[in-house]
Write a protein that binds this ligand. Structure first.
Ligand SMILES: *[C@@H]1O[C@H](CO)[C@@H](O)[C@H](O)[C@H]1NC(C)=O
Length: 329
C-alpha cells in the first residue's frame, strides 16, 4: 500500500519532469530555428560572413575564356574621368583586362600611361594584375569602340563610356546574367522603339528614351555605353555588317549603339536583357542632353530598318534583378 503510493507519486513527478523537459526542448528547438534563420539572413546580406558566398562549392570549373570579362572603354580627352573610372573598375573581381579606345589625334602621353599603370599596380590583389591596353585609332569614328581587338582573351566584353560608374556588385551581377545568355546583349541602359501611329504605313518607327521605358516598362535595346556582349559581335560589326551603316554613324557622329543593337537582335532573334544596377554619372551629360537628339535617333532607327531589310528589334518587359537583394517574393 505505502510502497505503491510512493511509486505512483514518483511516477507522477517523473512524468511532470519529463513533460517539462519536452516543453523546454521544443522552446530550445524553436530558438535554434530562429537563430539559424537570423544567421542565414545575415549571411545572405553580408556574403562571406559565414564563408558562404552564395555560390555552390561544387560548380564545375569554367573554361578560361568564360572566367572573366574585358572592359572596352570609350574615352575622349577627359583624363580625370578616365583615371577615376580605371581606378574604380580595377578593384572589381572578374575583370581580366581594360582596353581603352583611343581616337584622339595625339597618342596617349607617357605620363598618362605611367599614371594608369600605377593605379592598376596599386589595385592588384593576390598577385593578379589587370592588363591595360590602348587601342589606338587613326580615324576619329564612333565605330572605333567596336573594332576587333586581337588581345581579347575572354569572350565577354563590357562596353562602357568613361563617364559612368557602376558598383562592382552591379557589374559582377550583369556578368553573371551574361554568362547565362552569352549570345545576348546584357545592359544597364534600356531604350525602346515603336511604330509611329501618325504615319499611315506600319513601318515608320519612333525612338523612345528613358521616360518612355519608364512609362511603358518595355524596351527593345540596351545601349552599348554600359553593356555586356560576346566579342564575336565586334568582328561582325566591323567585317560583316553593311559598310553603309558604319559610314552613316561616322558621318552623323551618332547611333553606333543602335546599330549594335540591330546587329545582335538580327543575329539572335531575341531581345536584350536589362539588368538592375546603380548608375553614377561622373562627367557632365553627353550628347543625349543636346536638343534634337531623339529626332536624330528616330532617323537612325528608320535608316537601319531599311539597311537590314526589316526591323529585327524585339520588345520585352523582362528585367533581371539580384534575388539576394529581394525579400518579398
Ligand atoms: C541578318 O541575319 C541574317 C540571318 O542570320 C543574315 O543573313 C544577314 O546578313 C543579317 N543582316 C545584317 C545586315 O547583318
Amino acid at each position: 500500500m505505502r510502497g505503491s503510493l510512493f511509486n505512483r507519486r514518483t511516477m507522477q513527478r517523473f512524468r511532470q519532469v519529463a513533460i517539462s523537459t519536452v516543453g523546454s526542448l521544443k522552446i530550445k528547438l524553436l530558438l535554434c530555428f530562429c537563430i539559424a534563420l537570423t544567421l542565414i539572413a545575415l549571411a545572405s546580406r553580408a556574403p562571406g560572413l559565414l564563408g558562404w558566398t552564395g555560390q555552390s562549392v561544387s560548380d564545375p570549373p569554367l573554361a578560361d575564356s568564360r572566367k572573366g570579362y574585358a572592359i572596352v572603354m570609350n574615352t575622349w580627352k577627359r583624363y580625370d574621368l578616365l583615371k577615376q573610372s580605371i581606378s574604380h573598375y580595377t578593384t572589381c573581381e572578374g575583370l581580366d583586362s581594360i582596353h581603352i579606345v583611343w581616337s584622339e589625334p595625339d597618342p596617349p602621353s607617357h605620363s598618362l600611361r605611367t599614371l594608369l599603370n600605377h593605379i592598376i599596380l596599386e589595385n592588384a590583389r593576390g598577385g593578379r594584375q589587370v592588363e591595360l591596353k590602348f587601342d589606338i585609332n587613326k580615324e576619329d569614328s564612333l565605330n572605333n569602340r567596336f573594332k576587333e581587338s586581337k588581345d581579347l582573351k575572354v569572350d565577354a566584353v563590357f562596353s562602357i563610356d568613361d563617364d559612368i560608374i557602376f558598383p562592382c556588385s552591379s557589374v559582377e551581377f550583369a556578368f553573371n546574367v551574361w554568362q547565362s545568355a552569352p549570345d545576348t546583349m546584357v545592359g544597364f541602359v534600356p531604350r525602346i522603339h515603336w511604330v509611329d501611329p501618325s504615319k499611315g504605313n506600319r513601318d515608320h518607327y519612333i525612338y523612345g528614351g528613358w521616360w518612355s521605358v519608364w512609362w511603358t516598362g518595355s524596351y527593345s535595346m540596351v545601349l552599348s555605353k554600359a553593356a555586356f556582349f560576346h566579342k564575336k559581335y565586334l568582328s561582325m560589326y566591323t567585317n560583316e555588317m553593311p559598310a553603309s551603316i558604319r559610314e552613316y554613324t561616322t558621318k552623323n557622329r551618332n547611333c553606333e549603339d543602335i546599330a549594335m543593337s540591330f546587329l545582335v537582335a538580327n543575329a539572335t532573334g531575341s531581345p536584350p536583357i536589362w539588368v538592375k544596377g546603380k548608375i553614377f554619372e561622373i562627367g557632365s551629360t553627353g550628347i543625349s542632353s543636346l536638343g534634337g537628339h531623339s529626332e536624330k535617333r528616330t532617323k537612325c532607327l528608320n535608316r537601319f530598318v531599311t539597311e537590314f531589310g526589316r526591323n529585327p528589334l524585339i520588345t520585352t518587359n523582362v528585367k533581371a534583378v539580384d534575388s539576394r537583394n529581394i525579400w518579398l517574393w
